[in-house]
Every structure is written in structure tokens, then in C-alpha cells.
Design a protein around this ligand. Structure first.
Ligand SMILES: [Zn+2]
Length: 235
């Protein structure tokens, strides 16, 4: 007998994910180009604003009247993307981390200070700057150097290589241990986004509320494992 096609039952989730990926890529493109335009002018003046407006019109097929609405969202995103973390905010966050949250919010490891090793303290933009993330405390959390590097500029679970994750049946604990960090980030990022949407908190608060991360758990051991069959677990 031929092997039948087996629907995964994830059709709608994947359609939503592809829509999200498209929106994220477009956001990144507009923010990056906007940063270059404003950078050349040195400030967000009227000339830069007109050039960014033209960029929106050239990049997207949109009604001219929609451009104003887009600009109201894009302008703060471009401003945020140009800003880096100030020394004061950096000092405050290090103090907070040492006192109250001395672990990496992405992997749960204890952070080290005064060194530059893989577990050393760094500050991560929960929503990346490249997508308009703020360099203010509301968007910053302590992460180990290794996770911060691995996360890179990824803003959401759908942009991790989750499509590649199809594991076997009846996974062992050791299999979960070997899961690449990016896959764990994806599981966590999905959980945080869902929590933020359900409870109307910021993405940062959602990550904090989920607790110190542990290895993901398999929801249904009897079916093969993809990113949707993994649950976030807190320590
Ligand atoms: Zn980490």
C-alpha cells in the first residue's frame, strides 16, 4: 500500500505564520531603509519625512491616504531603531539583574558579571531594534552572551527555522536536551506572544511572567513532534 498523505492539522496556524513573516519582513525593510534615509540627513526633518513617505509608496502598493497612518507607526519605529541603550539605562538594568533577575531570560542559565564568556551578562532587546524596538527598560531583559548572539535579530517564533523541526515519536528527555537553542527560543517566543495577547501585557512582561525557562516539554508524545507539539516549561 502506498503511504498516504497525512495532513498535519496545522493549516490555519501556518497560514497565519506566513502572514506574520511577510509583515515582519516588510517592517524590517521599511525600518532599515528609513534608518539609512534619516541617518544621511542626520535628523528626522521634513526632507527625511518626505523621502520615507516616498519609500513607503515605492515599496508597497497602498492607497495614498493610508500612507499617513503608516507613517505614524513607522516614524517612532525608525527613531527607536536609531537609538542605542544609554549608559544610565545599562547601569540600572545591570543593578536590577544582579538584585532581582540574575539569569538569562532565554535559557535560564545563571549570569556571570565582569567577564565576556558565553554566560556573561548582556542586555537583549526583546523586540529587536531592527524592527523598531525601543532601547528603554520596557523592552530590555538580561540575556547570556551566547543566547543574545544566537537570537540575533529574530523578533518572533515564525522567523526561527521551525519548519525544519520534525522529530520522531516518543521522544526521550535526552532528545529534548539536544534540541538547538533556536528551536527552544521559538517555543518560548510563541508562548510569550500568546500570553501577551491573552493578558494584554507587553512582550517583556510576558517573558518575565512565564518564569525562568527550562527545557520544553512534549504535549502529545504519541504523535511526531513539531514546534506546535512542544510546550514552554518554567523552572
Ligand atoms: Zn541564555
Amino acid at each position: 500500500m502506498a503511504i498516504a498523505l497525512v495532513p498535519t492539522g496545522r493549516a490555519e496556524i501556518w497560514v497565519d505564520a506566513v502572514r506574520e513573516m511577510t509583515a515582519l519582513h516588510l517592517t524590517r525593510r521599511l525600518v532599515c531603509a528609513g534608518v539609512v534615509i534619516v541617518g544621511r540627513r542626520g535628523e528626522f526633518d521634513a526632507v527625511a519625512e518626505r523621502a520615507v513617505q516616498q519609500l513607503v509608496l515605492d515599496t508597497m502598493i497602498v492607497d495614498y491616504f493610508v500612507v499617513g497612518d503608516l507613517m505614524r507607526r513607522l516614524e517612532p519605529a525608525i527613531r527607536s531603531a536609531r537609538r542605542t541603550i544609554s549608559p544610565t539605562v545599562r547601569r540600572e538594568l545591570e543593578g536590577f539583574t544582579r538584585r532581582e533577575m540574575p539569569y538569562c531570560y532565554l535559557c535560564g542559565t545563571d549570569l556571570t558579571f565582569d567577564d565576556a564568556g558565553p554566560t556573561s551578562f548582556t542586555i537583549d532587546h526583546v523586540w529587536p531594534r531592527a524592527y523598531g524596538g525601543d532601547s528603554e527598560p520596557e523592552n530590555l531583559l538580561p540575556a547570556c552572551r551566547s543566547c543574545n548572539n544566537r537570537k540575533g535579530l529574530t523578533p518572533s517564533w515564525s522567523l526561527y527555522p521551525v519548519q525544519a523541526l520534525v522529530a520522531g515519536f516518543e521522544l526521550e528527555h535526552s532528545d529534548i536536551m539536544e534540541m538547538p537553542k533556536e528551536m527552544r527560543f521559538a517555543v518560548q517566543s510563541r508562548a510569550a506572544a500568546a500570553h501577551a495577547a491573552a493578558t494584554s501585557v507587553s512582550l517583556k512582561e510576558a517573558f518575565v511572567n512565564l518564569g525562568r525557562p527550562d527545557l520544553p516539554t512534549v504535549i502529545d508524545i504519541s504523535v511526531s513532534v513539531d514546534v506546535f507539539n512542544l510546550d514552554f516549561a518554567a523552572k
